[in-house]
Ligand binder design. Structure first.
Ligand SMILES: [Zn+2]
Length: 214
Protein backbone atom coordinates (compact mmCIF):
# COMPACT_ATOMS: atom_id res chain seq x y z
CA UNK A 1 0.00 0.00 0.00
CA UNK A 2 1.32 3.44 -0.87
CA UNK A 3 1.83 6.08 1.76
CA UNK A 4 1.19 9.73 0.90
CA UNK A 5 2.81 12.48 2.96
CA UNK A 6 2.02 16.11 2.28
CA UNK A 7 3.96 19.27 3.06
CA UNK A 8 2.90 22.89 2.62
CA UNK A 9 5.85 24.91 1.33
CA UNK A 10 6.80 28.45 0.30
CA UNK A 11 4.64 31.59 0.54
CA UNK A 12 2.17 30.15 -2.00
CA UNK A 13 1.42 27.34 0.47
CA UNK A 14 2.05 24.81 -2.24
CA UNK A 15 1.56 21.14 -1.41
CA UNK A 16 4.58 18.93 -1.98
CA UNK A 17 3.95 15.19 -1.74
CA UNK A 18 6.16 12.23 -0.99
CA UNK A 19 4.60 8.97 -2.14
CA UNK A 20 6.33 5.84 -0.92
CA UNK A 21 5.97 2.08 -1.11
CA UNK A 22 6.21 -0.29 1.84
CA UNK A 23 9.78 -1.19 0.84
CA UNK A 24 10.88 2.44 1.02
CA UNK A 25 10.94 3.49 -2.60
CA UNK A 26 9.72 7.07 -2.88
CA UNK A 27 8.94 9.74 -5.41
CA UNK A 28 8.69 13.44 -4.70
CA UNK A 29 5.91 15.34 -6.37
CA UNK A 30 6.15 19.10 -6.95
CA UNK A 31 9.04 19.99 -4.62
CA UNK A 32 8.18 23.54 -3.60
CA UNK A 33 10.59 23.73 -0.65
CA UNK A 34 12.27 27.12 -0.95
CA UNK A 35 13.48 28.06 2.50
CA UNK A 36 16.26 26.08 4.28
CA UNK A 37 13.92 24.95 7.04
CA UNK A 38 11.48 23.58 4.45
CA UNK A 39 14.25 21.60 2.79
CA UNK A 40 15.33 20.28 6.16
CA UNK A 41 11.77 19.23 6.94
CA UNK A 42 11.53 17.25 3.71
CA UNK A 43 14.93 15.62 4.16
CA UNK A 44 14.22 14.75 7.80
CA UNK A 45 11.02 12.99 6.78
CA UNK A 46 12.84 10.96 4.14
CA UNK A 47 15.61 10.04 6.52
CA UNK A 48 13.45 9.20 9.51
CA UNK A 49 11.36 6.88 7.39
CA UNK A 50 14.30 5.31 5.60
CA UNK A 51 12.92 6.33 2.24
CA UNK A 52 14.90 6.14 -0.94
CA UNK A 53 13.88 8.92 -3.34
CA UNK A 54 13.94 7.68 -6.93
CA UNK A 55 12.73 10.68 -8.91
CA UNK A 56 10.89 13.98 -8.90
CA UNK A 57 7.63 14.09 -10.84
CA UNK A 58 6.11 17.49 -11.45
CA UNK A 59 2.41 17.81 -12.13
CA UNK A 60 3.29 21.04 -13.92
CA UNK A 61 6.05 23.63 -13.88
CA UNK A 62 4.71 26.85 -12.38
CA UNK A 63 7.11 28.56 -10.01
CA UNK A 64 5.51 27.52 -6.73
CA UNK A 65 5.82 23.84 -7.71
CA UNK A 66 9.50 23.96 -8.70
CA UNK A 67 11.07 26.22 -6.07
CA UNK A 68 12.80 23.22 -4.51
CA UNK A 69 13.35 21.13 -7.62
CA UNK A 70 16.96 22.19 -8.13
CA UNK A 71 17.81 21.50 -4.51
CA UNK A 72 16.07 18.12 -4.30
CA UNK A 73 17.54 16.97 -7.60
CA UNK A 74 21.05 17.89 -6.49
CA UNK A 75 20.81 16.73 -2.87
CA UNK A 76 19.36 13.32 -3.70
CA UNK A 77 20.88 12.88 -7.17
CA UNK A 78 17.56 12.02 -8.74
CA UNK A 79 16.02 12.98 -12.10
CA UNK A 80 13.32 15.60 -12.64
CA UNK A 81 10.48 14.28 -14.77
CA UNK A 82 7.99 16.61 -16.43
CA UNK A 83 5.43 16.54 -19.23
CA UNK A 84 6.91 17.77 -22.49
CA UNK A 85 4.17 20.38 -22.97
CA UNK A 86 5.39 22.12 -19.82
CA UNK A 87 9.03 22.30 -20.86
CA UNK A 88 8.80 25.91 -21.96
CA UNK A 89 7.14 26.87 -18.66
CA UNK A 90 9.94 25.26 -16.68
CA UNK A 91 12.40 27.27 -18.76
CA UNK A 92 10.44 30.47 -18.18
CA UNK A 93 10.45 30.34 -14.37
CA UNK A 94 13.80 32.07 -13.98
CA UNK A 95 12.58 35.02 -16.06
CA UNK A 96 9.79 35.87 -13.61
CA UNK A 97 11.07 34.44 -10.31
CA UNK A 98 12.42 37.79 -9.09
CA UNK A 99 9.06 39.46 -9.80
CA UNK A 100 7.67 37.24 -7.05
CA UNK A 101 10.63 37.93 -4.79
CA UNK A 102 12.30 34.54 -5.20
CA UNK A 103 15.76 35.95 -5.74
CA UNK A 104 17.37 32.64 -4.80
CA UNK A 105 15.43 30.52 -7.27
CA UNK A 106 17.81 27.92 -8.63
CA UNK A 107 17.23 27.25 -12.30
CA UNK A 108 16.68 23.55 -12.94
CA UNK A 109 16.62 21.39 -16.05
CA UNK A 110 14.40 18.40 -16.66
CA UNK A 111 15.91 14.94 -17.12
CA UNK A 112 13.06 13.18 -18.83
CA UNK A 113 9.45 13.38 -19.94
CA UNK A 114 6.46 11.41 -18.74
CA UNK A 115 2.79 11.44 -19.66
CA UNK A 116 -0.51 9.62 -19.98
CA UNK A 117 -0.02 5.91 -20.49
CA UNK A 118 3.03 5.81 -18.25
CA UNK A 119 2.96 4.41 -14.76
CA UNK A 120 5.12 4.70 -11.68
CA UNK A 121 5.64 1.69 -9.38
CA UNK A 122 3.78 -1.55 -10.13
CA UNK A 123 1.14 -3.97 -8.93
CA UNK A 124 -1.16 -2.50 -6.31
CA UNK A 125 1.26 0.41 -5.91
CA UNK A 126 0.88 1.47 -9.53
CA UNK A 127 0.45 5.18 -10.04
CA UNK A 128 -1.29 5.68 -13.35
CA UNK A 129 -0.40 8.90 -15.16
CA UNK A 130 -3.27 10.94 -16.56
CA UNK A 131 -3.01 14.04 -18.77
CA UNK A 132 -4.97 16.98 -17.31
CA UNK A 133 -4.26 20.13 -19.37
CA UNK A 134 -5.99 23.47 -18.83
CA UNK A 135 -4.23 25.07 -15.86
CA UNK A 136 -1.02 24.55 -17.78
CA UNK A 137 -0.61 22.84 -21.18
CA UNK A 138 1.41 19.93 -19.81
CA UNK A 139 -0.37 19.22 -16.55
CA UNK A 140 -0.48 15.64 -15.31
CA UNK A 141 -2.13 13.77 -12.46
CA UNK A 142 -1.44 10.44 -10.76
CA UNK A 143 -4.00 7.82 -9.76
CA UNK A 144 -3.63 4.84 -7.43
CA UNK A 145 -6.62 2.51 -7.50
CA UNK A 146 -5.70 0.29 -4.57
CA UNK A 147 -5.35 3.30 -2.26
CA UNK A 148 -8.32 5.00 -3.95
CA UNK A 149 -6.67 8.38 -4.45
CA UNK A 150 -5.46 10.79 -7.08
CA UNK A 151 -2.90 13.58 -6.97
CA UNK A 152 -4.06 16.40 -9.19
CA UNK A 153 -1.79 19.44 -8.77
CA UNK A 154 -3.59 22.67 -9.61
CA UNK A 155 -6.43 21.18 -11.66
CA UNK A 156 -9.05 20.64 -8.96
CA UNK A 157 -9.20 22.00 -5.42
CA UNK A 158 -11.52 21.54 -2.46
CA UNK A 159 -14.33 23.83 -3.62
CA UNK A 160 -12.40 25.45 -6.45
CA UNK A 161 -10.48 24.85 -9.68
CA UNK A 162 -7.12 25.90 -11.05
CA UNK A 163 -6.73 29.37 -12.50
CA UNK A 164 -6.55 29.59 -16.27
CA UNK A 165 -5.47 33.22 -16.71
CA UNK A 166 -1.75 32.40 -16.73
CA UNK A 167 0.02 31.94 -20.09
CA UNK A 168 -0.88 28.55 -21.56
CA UNK A 169 -4.05 28.25 -19.50
CA UNK A 170 -7.44 27.45 -21.04
CA UNK A 171 -10.70 27.30 -19.09
CA UNK A 172 -12.68 24.93 -21.34
CA UNK A 173 -9.74 22.54 -21.50
CA UNK A 174 -9.49 22.56 -17.70
CA UNK A 175 -13.19 21.79 -17.27
CA UNK A 176 -12.87 18.91 -19.75
CA UNK A 177 -9.91 17.51 -17.85
CA UNK A 178 -11.95 17.55 -14.65
CA UNK A 179 -15.25 16.28 -16.00
CA UNK A 180 -14.00 13.78 -18.60
CA UNK A 181 -11.15 12.33 -16.56
CA UNK A 182 -11.22 13.03 -12.83
CA UNK A 183 -15.00 12.81 -12.48
CA UNK A 184 -14.92 9.38 -14.12
CA UNK A 185 -13.17 8.10 -10.99
CA UNK A 186 -15.28 6.61 -8.17
CA UNK A 187 -16.80 9.12 -5.73
CA UNK A 188 -14.85 7.91 -2.73
CA UNK A 189 -11.42 8.57 -4.23
CA UNK A 190 -9.39 11.03 -2.17
CA UNK A 191 -8.11 14.03 -4.12
CA UNK A 192 -4.72 15.42 -3.10
CA UNK A 193 -4.56 19.00 -4.38
CA UNK A 194 -1.67 21.30 -5.21
CA UNK A 195 -2.90 23.81 -2.61
CA UNK A 196 -5.23 23.50 0.36
CA UNK A 197 -6.90 20.49 1.96
CA UNK A 198 -7.78 17.17 0.37
CA UNK A 199 -11.27 16.46 -0.91
CA UNK A 200 -13.07 13.59 -2.65
CA UNK A 201 -14.23 13.15 -6.23
CA UNK A 202 -17.84 12.76 -5.05
CA UNK A 203 -17.86 15.97 -3.02
CA UNK A 204 -16.50 18.05 -5.92
CA UNK A 205 -18.91 16.42 -8.39
CA UNK A 206 -21.80 17.46 -6.19
CA UNK A 207 -20.76 20.81 -4.75
CA UNK A 208 -17.88 22.44 -6.61
CA UNK A 209 -19.24 25.83 -7.80
CA UNK A 210 -17.09 25.77 -10.94
CA UNK A 211 -17.49 22.25 -12.28
CA UNK A 212 -20.15 20.26 -10.40
CA UNK A 213 -22.08 17.88 -12.61
CA UNK A 214 -24.79 16.56 -10.32
ZN1 LIG B 1 0.13 26.14 -11.06
Amino acid sequence: MLNVKSFSFNPFEENTYVVSTSNGDAIIIDPGCYFPEEREELDAYLKENNLKPLAIYNTHCHIDHVLGAGYVKRAHEIPLMIHKEDLQWLGAVKSYSTNYGFNDYEEVEHDGFYGEGDSIFSGEDELEVVFLPGHSPGHTGLINHKGRFCIVGDVLFNGSIGRTDLPGGDHDTLISSIQDKLFKLPDDYTVYCGHGPTTTIGKEKRTNPFCAVE
